[in-house]
Design a protein around this ligand. Structure first.
Ligand code: SF4
Length: 360
């Protein structure tokens, strides 16, 4: 299959860029690099993305690429491409702004033979500083695109490619909604854009007031995910204080008033934080259900360069420092006698059973 695809490329490229996602997915990235090398052995390869930035030394040592790029934006990578290839890129056209580039150039989703859904990012970074999250390390500054350019992109995918579902992949879509989310959704509604929207990245609960919930509902948001993580107030404060229990209850009330059902309000509850006891998660699950929403368990993944990573390294039975495979949340990297993998499986099965019982 791969052979067939590459055989259509008649000319050698000047440069190959490969991206990377979660740190513990690196073996798949290495395989792509190996295959690419087999076909274009003299072409320089740049590796960028999340793994390359968070595990820079690991990538430099083991990936086999020519350059590991741990910069943070389009301007830097364009400069690098220009330096390596001699290809002239007029960066001044973008007024030295990453957002300007993101407004002009959409991801090449049109290369998919069939486009069933789209993804969009309208901002980069997050002003909060949760101790388990690398958003701040990956994007030093919090920046947002022009709301009207965002709507233009949504309209482009929905009209040109008939996309009916778009997921927002922002870390902080709702921050200061009057400057960003509200103008975007008002314009989507004004233009009559019909699309189902989804928010797989948890929304900022503190910003969910009546106006925001009304626009979420009227604008067509079908998947609502809230990032509560825990109802334990001490843990909330210790991990950055992005949300309090009263904020959460108020947000759920607003969402219900706007028209969302319990099933539609999914709330992330973090499992396996360093030193966390199973009882804390049980309490959080009960709290979410009592508030009128649906708990969704998410396993903690230790991320290098986050404040909590240091604590995770001390608590974990695995070598988190040297082997990114151990960051994989599915092994519960910070399991201990107060929260074992068996505890976790039991908790998950129990939650699933109760949710099925409630459905029937
Ligand atoms: S609010 Fe969300 S994106 Fe922002 S730092 Fe916390 S976890 Fe990360």
């Amino acid at each position: 299959m791969l052979l067939k695809r590459f055989s259509f490329i008649e000319e050698k490229p000047d440069l190959i860029g490969i991206t990377s996602g979660m740190t513990y997915w690196y073996p798949g990235v290495f395989k792509v690099i190996e295959i690419t090398r087999d076909f274009f052995d003299k072409v320089p390869i740049i590796l960028g993305g999340i793994y390359a930035t968070l595990c820079y030394e690991h990538a430099q040592k083991y990936s086999g690429v020519d350059i590991v790029f741990n910069g943070r934006g389009e301007l830097e990578v364009l400069k690098l491409i220009s330096d390596l290839t001699g290809f002239e890129i007029r960066l001044s056209e973008f007024r030295n702004s990453q957002s300007a580039i993101r407004n002009e150039y959409y991801p090449a989703f049109d290369l998919y033979p069939q486009l069933d859904y789209g993804c969009i990012t309208t901002s980069r970074g997050c002003p909060s500083r949760c101790t388990y999250c690398a958003s701040h390390f990956l994007s030093k500054d919090f920046s947002r695109r022009d709301p009207f350019k965002v709507v233009e992109e949504i309209e482009y995918w929905t009209t040109q490619y008939k996309v009916n579902n778009i997921a927002f992949y922002d870390d902080a879509l709702l921050i200061e909604p009057s400057k960003h989310f509200i103008p975007i959704m008002k314009e989507v509604i004004r233009r009559g854009i019909q699309c189902n929207f989804h928010t797989p990245n948890g929304l900022h609960i503190k910003e969910i007031d009546q106006e925001v919930t009304d626009l979420l509902f009227r604008g067509g948001f079908k998947t609502i995910r809230l990032g509560l993580e825990t109802s334990n107030e001490a843990t909330q404060i210790e991990t950055g204080g992005k949300v309090g229990n009263q904020d959460f209850k108020r947000a759920v009330r607003n969402l219900e008033r706007a028209g969302y059902s319990v099933e539609e309000i999914g709330v992330y509850v973090m499992v396996g934080l360093p030193g966390q006891r199973v009882g804390e998660v049980k309490e959080s699950i009960a709290f979410v259900k009592e508030a009128g929403a649906r708990p969704i368990l998410v396993e903690y993944s230790p991320i290098p360069h986050t404040p909590l990573f240091e604590k995770a390294k001390k608590m974990s039975p695995f070598d988190l420092e040297n082997e990114p495979l151990f960051h994989n949340n599915s092994i519960l990297p910070c399991q201990w006698e107060g929260f074992t993998l068996t505890d976790y499986k039991r908790l998950k099965d129990d939650l699933r059973r109760r949710q099925i019982d409630e459905t029937f």
